[in-house]
Design a binder for this molecule. Structure first.
Ligand code: G1P
Length: 268
């Protein structure tokens, strides 16, 4: 629920998914995250008060209530890692392929990213078992991401021979980092169940994808384009930068904020 400029991050992610044709969404949350469920509920009283007091601008911010999607919620009861969180969606997915979007990344500034739609198309076209979105990161950043070992490819995708979660810089097979958007066949659930928890007791999704590779299943990496630029909210430096960039781009307050920022910087 952390905000970036005027909206909570989770709202950007939900809007991105709807714009990419996703209309059934399961939020895997944790304890004390009821605010997400409340946020996506409609609030007729608030809408009425805002309408009666001519607060159109604030009313516009509630537009997400009209998002054409059904929202479902479940909780991961223990913090056992991303792989375990995906497992919480098993009965929701059933026998269907599904996409996963991590809540710590916004793709594209004005929701213009079509990465998830491209991932889904590639998944169907190539009869893949898994697609991961990847972006090239600086060498010193590889230890913060899952990194793919790329094979041959075509256009904007490559085959994934192997993957490694957060490798040391000198052990990384490439600089192609897994970027928080995935598509899976339900086969992934069995792979997750086979993964042993790491030293911190977490079940890594990357290790489950690695098992798919070992089983000879088709795993592909789709490269993000500049329109899919990833804003990482998972650490303070890039969260601050993202907030400022989005605030500067705000159609209503951006210009004044730019002036304020100049004033702050000149004070130094
Ligand atoms: C997770 C994944 C990692 C991926 C990253 C993208 O790591 O385990 O493979 O590269 O998300 O944001 P986390 O950021 O949760 O540590």
């Amino acid at each position: 629920m952390l905000p970036v400029a005027r909206k909570p991050i989770v709202q950007y992610v939900a809007e991105e998914l709807v714009a990419n044709g996703v209309n059934q969404m399961l939020f895997v949350t944790g304890r004390n995250k009821a605010s997400i469920e409340n946020h996506f509920d409609s609030d007729p009283e608030l809408t009425r008060v805002l309408a009666n007091t001519n607060k159109q601008e604030l009313l516009d911010e509630l537009k997400f209530e009209e998002l054409e999607a059904n929202f479902f919620y479940t909780r991961q009861r223990q913090q056992k890692g991303l792989g375990d969180a995906i497992l919480c969606g098993e009965s929701f997915a059933g026998e269907q392929p599904f996409v996963v979007a991590l809540g710590d990344s916004i793709l594209g500034m004005n929701g213009e990213s079509k990465a998830v739609a491209r991932i889904s198309e590639l998944f169907t076209e190539m009869r893949a078992s898994c697609i991961v979105a990847v972006e090239e990161v600086d060498a010193h950043e590889v230890s913060s991401y899952g990194i793919v070992d790329p094979g041959e490819g075509e256009g904007d995708w490559v085959r994934v021979k192997n993957l490694v979660e957060k490798p040391k810089q000198n052990e990384a097979p490439s600089r192609w980092a897994i970027s928080g958007r995935y598509a899976f066949s339900p086969l992934i659930f069995d792979m997750i169940r086979r993964v042993k928890p790491d030293k911190r007791g977490e079940i890594q999704l990357t290790n489950a994808i690695q098992l798919l590779c070992e089983e000879g299943k088709r795993v592909l990496a789709l490269k993000l384009t500049p329109a899919d630029r990833r804003y990482d909210i998972g650490n303070f430096p890039s969260y601050f930068e993202t907030f400022v960039e989005f605030a500067l781009a705000d159609p209503l307050y951006g210009t004044d904020f730019r002036k304020a920022l100049h004033r702050i910087l000149e004070r130094k």
